[in-house]
Design a protein around this ligand. Sequence first.
Ligand code: G3P
Length: 266
Amino acid sequence: MKLFLDSAEIEEAKLFSKFGVIKGVTTNPKLMSDSFGKIGKQTTNQSNYDISGTSKDAKSSVEERYSEEINHAIEISKITGTKVSVQPSSYDYESIVGFGKLVFKNRNNLILKVPPTFESFEAVRYIRKNLGFIDVNLTLCFSVNQAILGMQLGVQYISIFVGRLEDQNENPFEIIETVKCLIESQQLEEYGYMNSYISENKEQECSLDKSIALEHKNTEIIAASIRSSRHVRESFKSGADIVTTPGKIIRELFNHNLTDKAIKSI
Ligand code: G3P
């Protein structure tokens, strides 16, 4: 059970890492833009990020912007001592690969966050094949089907959007429960397979172990789009490994009127 901070704000990262309650950080283009706005850096319109078929100048300004965001995320990672998920703002193949290369260079601090689309899957495969292994957070997941696809790709995190599912009267917690069940059954299957393979092929034990560790690291469920402390509780209860939440909800978790009363009276 881990709590992540869903924010790109340096001050929030500093504040909550003091208390030892955050075990990771997630960001997205909107959160980056808000944070850059607050610290006086120019914000870029999301459509400006699309680098496919753009001029050389536009392309280099997008690349510049991407590297500013990457540096910002690395700063957060150093403050919290955890990895930070970062997401490109444009989802064409070329943009994801360009952004993914920057993430790869900083893979000890960062996780590539992408939505479940053909382009994302192709880009992740390209990066892993041509550069090397990279942690992936499959974001904007709203169904068990999308989670199944993420498991095939061997992503480390599947982010299920609780608040947005409830907004359209779907039950996010049933989805989390089912995905959890599937992940556990896949882990059992792989564990059995690995054990029988190792006992039959003792001399190859090491190489097998390594490739399985890289390709099938345990997938964890992140409950995202958290709007209340009830969402935090229900998500963990349904089997989420991680809940990523804005700072204001972390504050809410600390609160109880009886604690306040008792602090004054005891
Ligand atoms: O974790 C994803 C989050 O930043 C989006 O939340 O409230 O806009 O659905 P929300």
